[in-house]
Design a binder for this molecule. Structure first.
Ligand SMILES: [Zn+2]
Length: 432
């Protein structure tokens, strides 16, 4: 494969900085290079620097060139929390909520997670796979190259395994990397007694999923209406015994103590965290657990946003994700999350971009390979129509992504979108 040279960028943000999750002041370190260039070969970053310097490197001479003038180049986003596999949008819930219905009323009317479980169980494997690929394509178009994807709309052995298999096939067919997480512990299914379902999870499903390599992570929704702290702990113990890494939906609707439990058990991330206390923050700051904030939910439900400032100023490593799901956050637009982080959560543009790239990569255990553009790391790049990186959050839900590259290969570009069949994928000059 010929090397690629992305050159002439108004700004290149490498996110180069200290190893490990970024916290405190290092969340504002983003490695800005004006008039920047990046050289990649065999899917890996070879060099970054001022365009004039990188263009002079011997390997640049036979590289295929992407002219990034008038563009901002950043590491491709990592969306570290999605529920990408489901059968149908929840349009009745949507209208009921607009009419003022609360979560409990929607559930009573047959909506909520239970309705996604019903339709997902009934859908064919082919339909679920096609839909997952379509959604992954949407993510690519917004500059995301890697997505964590949870099961959790099956809630019985056969359906949960089928969803994990769908994630695997969609990952093979999509240009994005899909990282599978087992979320059999989303809620307790209505058709199974609580104790029996917990036994199924801890004694059968978790060992099976781990043995078959169907998931890397195990997640639990620990909250009112889902799993108790004690139940979450027993699920985590089973997951850890089976070498699955841990993630948790924590402190979203109520404060349960789950974030602290997760940090103590070495969870890779604790997500949501709307209700964390000062003491929780102090403990999270001392751990390697990433706090993943999901502003899409707050916006869509019209509820308060998590307090990012308290977490960042308290020394916690913060990441951002979409929480893409059919009930509370039907979007895969990471630039919208970055905008919401700035406008609603008082994160600076630099902090929000760090949270969506390098810290998000750490939130899926890939901080050593993804999330920054440093020598030897994977050449996953998003290029935006902008002269200044602050335009990425400034423009609200505008489609400013111009090109997405994964492992040094073009995986999405606006030109291909515009020109359809006529487009030559390898000509990167913008048409006027
Ligand atoms: Zn979620």
């Amino acid at each position: 494969m010929r090397p690629i040279l992305i050159t002439g960028a108004s700004q290149l943000l490498t996110m180069a900085g200290p190893k490990g999750p970024r916290r405190g002041a290092s969340m504002r370190q983003f490695g800005l290079i004006e008039n920047g260039a990046l050289l990649a070969r065999d899917g890996l970053v070879v060099a970054t620097g001022r365009s004039a310097d990188v263009e002079r490197l011997p390997e640049a001479s036979d590289a295929s060139v992407i002219d990034a003038s008038g563009k901002v180049v950043v590491p491709a986003f990592v969306d570290s929390h999605t529920h990408l596999v489901f059968a149908q949008p929840r349009l009745t819930d949507f209208e009921m909520r607009i009419g003022g219905a609360k979560y409990e009323q929607i559930a009573k009317a047959g909506g909520g997670i239970a309705s996604s479980v019903r339709t997902t169980r009934a859908a064919t494997r082919e339909d679920l796979t096609a839909r997952a690929i379509y959604y992954a394509q949407q993510a690519l178009s917004h500059g995301t190259a890697t997505l964590e994807v949870k099961s959790g709309y099956g809630l019985d052995a056969e359906s949960e395994i089928r969803i994990l298999e769908v994630i695997r096939s969609a990952g093979l067919l999509s240009s994005a990397e899909l990282i599978p997480t087992f979320l059999g512990a989303h809620v307790v299914p209505a058709d199974t007694p609580r104790a029996a379902y917990l036994k199924l999870l801890t004694r059968e499903l978790i060992p099976h999923v781990a043995r078959e390599g169907l998931a890397e992570f195990c997640d639990v929704f620990c909250d009112r209406g889902a799993y108790t702290l004690e139940e979450a702990r027993s699920i985590f113990r089973a997951a850890a015994r089976n070498k699955l890494r841990l993630k948790i939906h924590a402190e979203q609707l109520t404060r349960t103590g789950s974030a602290v439990m997760a940090a103590r058990m070495g969870a890779v991330s604790a997500d949501h965290l709307d209700c964390v206390t000062k003491a929780d923050i102090a403990l999270l700051a001392k751990s390697r657990t990433i706090a993943t904030l999901l502003p899409g939910c707050s916006m869509y439900l019209g509820i308060a946003y998590p307090n990012a400032r308290r977490l960042i100023d308290g020394g916690v490593a913060v990441a951002l994700a979409t929480d893409f799901n059919p009930g509370t956050s039907p979007t895969l637009n990471m630039t919208l999350m970055i905008s919401l982080a700035c406008t609603q959560m008082n994160m600076s543009p630099a902090e929000a971009l760090v949270a969506a790239t390098i810290n998000a990569a750490h939130a899926v255990g890939r901080g050593d390979r993804l999330g920054s553009l440093e020598e030897g790391k994977q050449a996953d790049v998003a290029i935006f129509d902008a002269d200044d990186f602050r335009e990425i959050p400034y423009y609200l839900a505008m489609h400013t992504c111009w090109m997405t590259i994964r492992k040094g290969r073009l995986v999405w570009s606006r030109e291909t979108q515009c020109q359809g069949e006529q487009c030559d994928n390898h000509s990167h000059t913008p048409h006027s």
